[in-house]
Design a protein around this ligand. Structure first.
Ligand code: BGC
Length: 781
C-alpha cells in the first residue's frame, strides 16, 4: 500500500499514439507511435504498393488512391453495394446450378465483389470471366478460402504450431500453403486466427496460438508475413485475413458463438495485441467475429471496428463479416430486420458482407433515407478496391491453369514433417522411457489412432486432406525401426464404450519389448461448433491405457488432439506422454522421429493444461486475488477437491537433454518510467542458457515479468519474450531480450486506450516455462 501511494508520477498516453503490444516488427520491442511508423510504399512492377514486411500498417500509395477514386467515381450505387457482397460457391453442384448460377449472374451484372469456397484455376477463371468480361466496369472478383494449416500439404493445426514457439515454423506453413492455394485460383485466405483463448472446451482453440497474447501476436504476424510475403501481388502469395475481431476466444462456458463480456483493459491487454501485430505486419483484411463484445455484437461494434481498428490501428484494408454474421444481428437482438442489420454493420465498419445479403437488399433504400452515409459506403468500397489493386487483380485477374500444383512434393512433405516434430511436446518422461532405442526388437502400436490416416489432418484441413492420407504413426514407426517386429492392435475406438478389443491389445503389448499407445480426439472434436464439456480422452481410451499400464511394460502414450485435454488420468498411468496434436500429413513420421530420438522434442505448451474441467478457466497470466493459494489456510483461493495449479503449466515441455539457466542480468537495475513511456527507453535482459545433458536439443527460453504493485491488479506473470535455440551438449549461449513500454505498461478501462507505465518494482523471470524460478528485480522510478 505504501508503495502504491508513493507513486507520484504515472505516465499516460492514449493508444492512438502508442503501440498496444510489442508487435512482430523487426525490432519488436520498440515503442514507436503507430502513426509515426508507416510502411514505406514503393511502386511495384504491377503498379501496386509494395511494402516492407512488418514495417507498420499498410499505407495507401498515391497512385493506388487515385485509381480507387477514379473507379469509385464511375460506379453506380448498385455497383458499389455489389462490391460489398460476398457469396459462397457450392463445389458440389458446380456452375450452372442454384447458388452458383446466382453468383455468375451477379458477377456479370457487377453486383458481386467476392466469392468464397471456390477452388480450381479453371473454375475460378470461368467465374472471373463473368465479372471481368461481362460486367460494365470489369472489376475482378476476389476469391477467398479458409487456408488454415495447409492446402494440399497439411501442416499441424495452428495450436500445435503455437507449441513450436518459433515464428519461422509458422511462416513456413503459410508460405507452402499460399503457393499451393494460389495455384488453385485462391487470392485470399481467412487466416490467421488470432483469437487468444483461456477456453479449451471451445473447439476453435485449435485454430489459434493458445492462451497468451504475446506469443499469439508474434506468431500471427509471422503467419501474415508467410502468406503475404513482402507483396501479396507476387506469384504464390495470398492476401491474409486476421480473424475473428474480436474477443471470440472468451465465450462464456466455452460454447461457440456465445456471449463475451470482457473489460476494456482485458480486451486491450489480452485480445487485441495479436490483431495490432497483424495490422503492423500489413495484413490485407480483418474478419469480424460472431460474438457480442460487452453487449454489442462485433459486427455492429463501432468501438472495436471504427475507433480501435480504423482510427487507433490505422488499418486501411477491409473488414469482412463472418458467415451470415451481418444477418445474425437479428437473433442477437440488436437489429429488427435485415435493413436494420445492414445499417448497423456497415455503419460500424463491416465493409464486405459474407453470404447474407442485407447490404445488397437494403442498401439503396438506406442510402436514400439517409440511414447510411454515402461517405461510409464509398469508404467501404474504396477499402475493397484498394486490396484488389494491391493484389494486382486488375492486371492479373486469371490464374494460370497449367500451373496448378497437383500434390505435395518431397520438399513440402519434409517441411510438414519437420514442423510436426518441432511442435510435439514431451509432457512426461519418467525414467527416460523415451526415446526408444533404435535397437528395439519388438514394439506394439496400440490405440484407435495408431493406424489412422485421416483424423491426423485435424480440423479445417484443406482439400489435400481428402486426397492424400496422412502417414499413420504405425507406418512411421515401421519405417523408423525396419528390423523390429511391430504389431498393431486398435484396442477400442476413439468414442464409444466397446472394450472388446482390450484383450488383443494387452496380448500384443505382453508379447513386445515396449508399446506406443496412440489416443486422442477425432478431427471433428475441435474446430468450429465443436465444443466439448468433458475434455478428457473420449470413450474408453483412458481405460485402455490403464490396462496397458498393468502389463508392466515400458510404454509411451502419444496424444493426438486439437485442444489441451484433461490428462490427469493418463499422467497417473503412463510413464511417458508425447503430445503431438493433430500433426498433419506427415504426422506419423514426425511422431516416430521423436519417439526414436531422431528429433529431440522442443515444443512447449501454448496453453495451460488443466487438472479437471471444473478448474476452468485456468491460465498462467491470472491475477493474484487478495487471498492467493495457501495450503495451510482454508480461506484462500483454491478447490477442496483438486491439488492447486495446473496439471502442466504454460510453456512446459521436456527434452531428452536438460538445460541450466544462470547469469540473469539487466542492463540497468533502475530506469525512469517516463523515459520508458515517452523516450522509448528499453532495458536489456540477458540470461545464460546451457545444455547440461548429453544430447543436442532445443530449448525455448522464456522471459516473464510481474508488475508487483500497480493501480490495476496485474497478472502474476506475463510472457514478454521467447527464443527457441538449439544447443549441443555442454554448449552455452547468452540470450538477450528487451523490455520497453509495451512490456512494462498496461491498459486501463479507459475506452480511449490509455496505456500506463507506472513506477514500481517488476520481477523479471527467465526459464523454460511459466513457472521459471530464476529472477531479478527491475525498478521503474
Ligand atoms: C468461420 C470463419 C470462416 C468462415 C468462412 C465461418 O463459419 O467462423 O472462421 O472463415 O466461416 O468459411
Amino acid at each position: 500500500m505504501a508503495e502504491n501511494l508513493s507513486r507520484r508520477s504515472v505516465f499516460r498516453a492514449s493508444a492512438g499514439a502508442a503501440v498496444l503490444a510489442s508487435s512482430a516488427s523487426a525490432s519488436p520491442l520498440v515503442a514507436t507511435p503507430a502513426a509515426a511508423a508507416p510502411a514505406v510504399p514503393q511502386t511495384g512492377s504491377a503498379g501496386v504498393a509494395r511494402r516492407t514486411a512488418a514495417a507498420g500498417p499498410a499505407r495507401p500509395d498515391a497512385k493506388t488512391e487515385r485509381r480507387v477514386r477514379k473507379l469509385l467515381a464511375r460506379m453506380t450505387v448498385e455497383e458499389k453495394f455489389g462490391q460489398l457482397q460476398q457469396l459462397t460457391w457450392n463445389p458440389d453442384t458446380g456452375p450452372g446450378e442454384g447458388q452458383n448460377e446466382a453468383a455468375r449472374e451477379a458477377a456479370a451484372e457487377g453486383r458481386l465483389g467476392s466469392v468464397l469456397n471456390i477452388t480450381g484455376a479453371k473454375e475460378c477463371n470461368e467465374l472471373q470471366r463473368y465479372a471481368v468480361e461481362e460486367s460494365r466496369l470489369g472489376i475482378p472478383l476476389i476469391f477467398g478460402l479458409d487456408v488454415i494449416h495447409g492446402f494440399l500439404t497439411t501442416f499441424p493445426v495452428p495450436l500445435a504450431q503455437g507449441a513450436s514457439f518459433d515464428p519461422d515454423v509458422v511462416t513456413r506453413d503459410a508460405e507452402v500453403s499460399a503457393r499451393e492455394a494460389a495455384s488453385w485460383g485462391v487470392h485470399w485466405t481467412f487466416a490467421p486466427m488470432a483469437d487468444v483463448s483461456h477456453e479449451p472446451r471451445w473447439g476453435r482453440i485449435a485454430e489459434g496460438s493458445g492462451e497468451d497474447p504475446y506469443l499469439t501476436a508474434q506468431l500471427t504476424a509471422a503467419k501474415v508475413r508467410g502468406y503475404q510475403g513482402e507483396d501479396y501481388a507476387a506469384d504464390g502469395r495470398l492476401a491474409a485475413c486476421v480473424k475473428h475481431f474480436v474477443g471470440y476466444g472468451f465465450p462464456e462456458g466455452g460454447r461457440d458463438y456465445n456471449t463475451v463480456d470482457i473489460s476494456e483493459r482485458r480486451l486491450r491487454d489480452m485480445a487485441l495485441p495479436p490483431f495490432k501485430a497483424a495490422v503492423d505486419a500489413g495484413v490485407a483484411t480483418v474478419m469480424a467475429s460472431f460474438n457480442t463484445v460487452n453487449g454489442v455484437p462485433a459486427h455492429a461494434n463501432r468501438h472495436t471496428l471504427s475507433a480501435i481498428l480504423h482510427e487507433e490501428f490505422g488499418f486501411d484494408g477491409f473488414v469482412v463479416g463472418d458467415y451470415n454474421g451481418v444477418q445474425e444481428l437479428i437473433p442477437h437482438g440488436v437489429a429488427a430486420d435485415g435493413a436494420d442489420a445492414a445499417r448497423l454493420a456497415l455503419g460500424a465498419g463491416v465493409d464486405m458482407e459474407m453470404v447474407s445479403t442485407t447490404y445488397a437488399d437494403n442498401g439503396k433504400a438506406l442510402l436514400e433515407s439517409g440511414q447510411i452515409e454515402l461517405e461510409r459506403l464509398d469508404d467501404a468500397v474504396a477499402r475493397i478496391l484498394r486490396v484488389k489493386m494491391r493484389l494486382g487483380l486488375f492486371e492479373k485477374p486469371y490464374t494460370d491453369e497449367d500451373g496448378e500444383i497437383a500434390e505435395p512434393t518431397a520438399s513440402t512433405r519434409r517441411h510438414a514433417r519437420e514442423t510436426a516434430a518441432a511442435c510435439a511436446v514431451l509432457l512426461k518422461n519418467e525414467e527416460h522411457t523415451l526415446p526408444f532405442g533404435k535397437d528395439t526388437s519388438s514394439l506394439a502400436v496400440i490405440g484407435p489412432l495408431g493406424d489412422d490416416t485421416q483424423e491426423l489432418h485435424g480440423t479445417w484441413a484443406g482439400p489435400g486432406a481428402r486426397k492424400f492420407p496422412a502417414v499413420s504413426v504405425l507406418e512411421g514407426v515401421k519405417k523408423a525401426v525396419p528390423d523390429a517386429k511391430v504389431t498393431f492392435a486398435r484396442g477400442c475406438d476413439v468414442t464409444g464404450d466397446d472394450t472388446g478389443g482390450f484383450a488383443k491389445a494387452v496380448a500384443a503389448v505382453q508379447a513386445s519389448d515396449a508399446a506406443v499407445v496412440v489416443v486422442g480426439e477425432k478431427a471433428s472434436h475441435s474446430g468450429e461448433a465443436a465444443v466439448r464439456s468433458d475434455i478428457t480422452l473420449p470413450g474408453v481410451q483412458e481405460e485402455l491405457i490403464r490396462r496397458i499400464a498393468k502389463t508392466g511394460k515400458p510404454f509411451a502414450v502419444v496424444v493426438l488432439a486439437g485442444r489441451p485435454l484433461v490428462l490427469s488420468g493418463v499422467v497417473k498411468q503412463a510413464p511417458a506422454i508425447l503430445n503431438a496434436w493433430h500433426p498433419g500429413l506427415e504426422g506419423g513420421n514426425a511422431v516416430a522421429d521423436v519417439l526414436f530420438g531422431k528429433v529431440n522434442p522442443g515444443g512447449r505448451l501454448p496453453t495451460t493444461y488443466p487438472r479437471a474441467v471444473g478448474q476452468l478457466a485456468v491460465y498462467y497470466g491470472h491475477e493474484n486475488t487478495g487471498r492467493p493459494y495457501n495450503p495451510d489456510d482454508k480461506y484462500t483461493s483454491k478447490y477442496l477437491d483438486l491439488p492447486h495449479g495446473p496439471l502442466f503449466p504454460f510453456g512446459h515441455g521436456l527434452s531428452y537433454t536438460t538445460f541450466g539457466y544462470s547469469g540473469l542480468e539487466l542492463s540497468e537495475k533502475s530506469v525512469s518510467a517516463r523515459a520508458v513511456r515517452e523516450g522509448g527507453a528499453k532495458v536489456e535482459v540477458k540470461v545464460k542458457v546451457e545444455n547440461t545433458g548429453r544430447r543436442a536439443g532445443d530449448e525455448v527460453v522464456q522471459l516473464y515479468i510481474r508488475d508487483k504493485v500497480a493501480s490495476i491488479a496485474q497478472p502474476v506473470r506475463r510472457l514478454r519474450g521467447f527464443e527457441r535455440i538449439t544447443l549441443k551438449p555442454g554448449e552455452g549461449r547468452t540470450v538477450a531480450f528487451e523490455l520497453g513500454a509495451d512490456d512494462l505498461g498496461f491498459h486501463t478501462n479507459d475506452p480511449q486506450g490509455e496505456l500506463l507505465v507506472e513506477p514500481g518494482e517488476f520481477e523479471i523471470y527467465a526459464g523454460g516455462s511459466s513457472e521459471a524460478r530464476l529472477h531479478t528485480t527491475l525498478t521503474l522510478t
